[in-house]
Design a protein around this ligand. Structure first.
Ligand SMILES: C[S@@+](CC[C@H](N)C(=O)[O-])C[C@H]1O[C@@H](n2cnc3c(N)ncnc32)[C@H](O)[C@@H]1O
Length: 349
């Protein structure tokens, strides 16, 4: 962490100072995406006294999400909190809360924000510096996802049902095509949410002539098995989905190759699949223990040449996934590829 403004000794919240610091930052970085934690009251007053901030607002949070939902429209701020943006997407986080909670919230934000992001609070301005994380902008510009009409058609059908961006969706699309070269094996996704990537995998499998089932597994009650290696996830995130959401998507896309299993994988749903062999899997479960549980169950059932794609590899918010996949690097018969798009890919040989 790099402290850019001195800690203040004030015991009252100096909204004018915070607004001025944000204005200074935005003068240097006019495209910065701004988030505000603690909207109700202080946060709104800071926004309204800093005109440049309004245009850059992308994220609003408060400890009382129920109140927040009503408050945002009433405040007439130019934003409704988008579900797809998280703290890791924010360049400047303004923390506008009571002094007694400030240290705890700043400590949490330091872990969740990306390297280079700023925290502005009554304590001053600091820039996050994570040893293992920095903004990575590859120089290559080849972008076949924009010219692949089959993909674009399917992607537009599933995009409202996924949290996964177009780059990673395109990689899933291409890797299912590669896995079609293998002799046999089902396809598995663990971590389905509203079914977007699962449906994309199923559609791609069909287009490649595969008749094996595509099995989609989720608790449908959100993330489980959080632990000390997961610095942001607490359990229960992404519970805003149902099995019926997924069924509706599968029916709308007329996919007849999908099976859906509900429950924690593999503990509750693995036995139904214990005799299967797999050629492809997408592991999108957000935590160290869930990733470990899925992989330890799946690895002996993955055919030689089979592919596992790990979502969220390298996302600071899912550091447990990165830790587990890095442990796999020493496994015999396992190649790991780190893709800068937020995937790691394991191939069994
Ligand atoms: C990030 S979401 C998946 C996103 C999805 N692939 C998409 O297209 O947007 C993570 C999901 O993993 C599920 N999950 C986490 N751990 C799990 C486990 N051990 N077994 C089953 N589901 C799990 C959660 O319920 C949540 O729906």
């Amino acid at each position: 962490m790099l402290l850019l403004k001195n800690m203040t000794s004030s015991t009252t919240f100096d909204e004018a100072a915070v607004a001025e610091w944000v204005a200074d930052l935005l003068a240097q970085a006019p495209a910065a995406r701004v988030g505000v934690w603690g909207l109700i009251g202080r946060g709104e007053r800071i926004i309204n006294s800093c005109p440049s901030m309004k245009n850059n607002l992308v994220w609003l949070g408060d400890s009382n999400p129920a109140l927040l939902a009503d408050y945002i429209p009433a405040s007439e701020l130019p934003i409704s909190r988008p579900a797809s943006l998280g703290l890791a997407d924010i360049d400047v986080l303004v923390i506008a809360i009571r002094m007694e909670y400030l240290d705890d919230v700043i400590a949490t934000a330091r872990k969740a924000l990306k390297s280079g992001a700023y925290i502005v609070s009554l304590k001053g301005v600091e820039q996050i510096r994570h040893r293992d994380y920095e903004g990575a902008s590859p120089q290559a510009t080849y972008s076949p996802w924009g010219a692949d009409d089959d993909f674009l058609r399917e992607y537009s059908d599933i995009a409202p049902n996924t949290l996964v961006d177009v780059y990673r969706c395109y990689e899933l699309w291409q890797l299912v095509g590669q896995a079609a070269k293998l002799q046999a094996g089902a396809l598995l996704e663990v971590g389905v949410w509203r079914g977007g990537t699962g449906a994309l995998i199923a559609r791609c499998a069909k287009l490649n002539g595969l008749t094996d089932p595509v099995i989609l597994c989720d608790t449908f009650t959100g993330v489980v098995k959080t632990g000390p290696l997961d610095s942001v996830y607490q359990g229960g995130e992404h519970h805003d989905c149902t099995k019926d959401d997924v069924i509706a998507l599968i029916e709308r896309l007329d996919l007849d190759n999908v099976e859906i299993l509900e429950g924690t994988f593999p503990d509750e749903s693995g036995t139904a699949l214990s005799d299967q062999q797999f050629r492809f899997s997408h592991v999108d479960v957000d935590t160290y223990e869930s990733t470990r549980g899925v992989v330890e169950w799946l690895w002996p059932r993955l055919v030689r040449g089979g592919i596992m794609v790990f979502d969220d590899y390298g996302f600071q918010t899912c550091d447990g996934v990165t830790v587990f996949v890095n442990e796999m690097r020493t496994w015999p018969g396992c190649h790991i590829v780190h893709n800068l798009n937020g995937h790691a890919v394991a191939v069994k040989f």
